[in-house]
Design a protein around this ligand. Structure first.
Ligand SMILES: *Cc1c(COP(=O)(O)O)cnc(C)c1O
Length: 391
């Protein structure tokens, strides 16, 4: 049987929580949504949380709430899922990328500072920067926060990989150094709602705007209306919003999963430490993690071919290793094809060589199986298959 690279864990308690909603009066727009929002907000120590149908939608309404539009610029990194960049294009804004640091795959702060200084001189500063907490490890948010004050951009943390992680002793999602933090609850992520996402913020106005945008831009609160309510049926559309709502079924699943978040992250960290130990002698670059911060360990991405002369030789070696592992029943994956090299982005003018560290990172990257219910025996099979392939 193939060991997947990621897998959800659904318990009988989760099933019971969803069935309870199925038997209730509310399948959507009921009490399970605010309950789940309060659970996640309390976990992260942040006052406002807005649940939506997926993290892509959360990124979109986060950009809209911050006023991103035509003529504006948004920067993110190439080592991410396409959604981190697409949200800018949804708003009619331009997107650009900042290269990553090789050891972690996170945004390179020195590269960000350099690009910002250049952009300031040319009058083309970004309105929003989206750092991505790659593999579950927080970016250096203190440093990015300082740069945001100096250069006047807003920050959305794409924490799709990072719920349950910590930065500076506090949970990822506190929004102490950012305007908004986004989580994904896709089944491969740390906790799941099947499809789902959430946007967290400390700013009551941003929260209210995101609540409007997730539901057509419509309000039923008299205090927010421009006119006088005409009766009990009355609502007003104030913005051009979307139907990005989460269902109560999903929220109940997520709320039940949150009970096990810390246990999941602890198990992921234990598996990572075992990989660190068992793979130390193999010709692999293991994922660097800052010991001061607890990574949520969404992924365990190793890199092969440090000694290869160039990216294409390394990519050939990676191809061989990847195929050998898949043949051995190890469901490895690759995170990520740099976004700027996707055909859609090449058509916008991006090309090979634009972000050399990200391209090098990608050329050797292989994500090993990493999920909370991965057994010690299955992990030993992964290690044995790697040893056989690489020696
Ligand atoms: C999964 C993911 C998303 C999108 O999440 P969905 O909930 O599937 O929309 C966005 N950014 C990153 C970094 C992701 O890993």
């Amino acid at each position: 049987m193939t060991i997947p690279y990621g897998r959800q864990d659904v318990t009988e308690a989760d099933v019971a929580a969803v069935v309870e909603v199925l038997r209730s009066d509310w399948l959507t727009q009921g009490p399970a949504i605010p309950r789940f929002e309060r659970t996640v907000a309390a976990y992260c120590g942040v006052p406002h949380a807005v649940a939506v149908c997926n993290a892509t939608a959360a990124l979109h309404i986060a950009c809209r709430a911050l006023g991103l539009g035509p003529g504006d610029r948004l920067w993110t990194t190439p080592i991410t899922f396409v959604a981190s960049a697409n949200c800018a294009l949804y708003c009619g804004a331009q997107v650009d990328f900042v290269d990553v640091e090789e050891r972690s795959g996170n945004m390179d702060i020195d590269a960000l500072r350099f690009r910002l200084e250049q952009a300031e001189q040319r009058g083309v500063l970004p309105k929003i920067v989206i750092p991505v907490h790659f593999a579950g490890q927080s970016c250096d948010m203190r440093a990015i926060g300082e740069l945001s004050r100096r250069f006047g951009f807003r920050i959305i943390e794409d924490a799709s990989h990072a719920i349950g992680g910590r930065y500076d002793g506090l949970p990822v999602g506190t929004c102490l150094y950012s305007d908004i933090t986004v989580f994904s609850f896709h089944p491969v992520k740390i906790v799941t709602t099947a499809e789902g996402g959430m946007a967290l913020t400390r700013d009551v106005d941003l929260a209210a705007r995101m609540q409007l945008l997730r539901s057509h831009g419509i309000t039923r609160e008299a205090a927010r209306m421009q006119g006088v309510p005409e009766g009990g049926w009355y609502y007003e559309q104030l913005e051009l919003g979307y139907n990005y709502r989460m269902t109560d079924l999903q929220a109940a699943l997520g709320d039940s999963q949150m009970n096990r978040l810390d246990a999941y992250v602890a198990r992921r960290n234990a598996l990572a430490e075992e990989y660190d130990r068992a793979l130390a002698q193999l010709p692999l670059a293991l994922p660097w993690r800052d010991v001061r911060n607890r990574s949520a360990l969404h992924l365990y991405p190793v890199r092969v071919g440090a000694d290869e002369a160039n990216d294409s030789d390394r990519a050939q070696l990676r191809h061989r290793v990847f195929d050998a592992l898949r043949d051995a029943g190890i469901g490895v994956n690759v995170h990520y094809i740099p976004v700027h090299l996707q055909p859609y982005y090449r058509a916008l003018g991006f090309k090979v060589g634009d972000f050399p560290v990200a391209e090098r990172f990608y050329s050797g990257a292989i994500s090993l199986p990493m999920f909370a219910t991965l057994s010690d025996e299955a992990q030993a099979r992964v290690v044995a298959a790697l040893e056989k392939t690489l020696t």
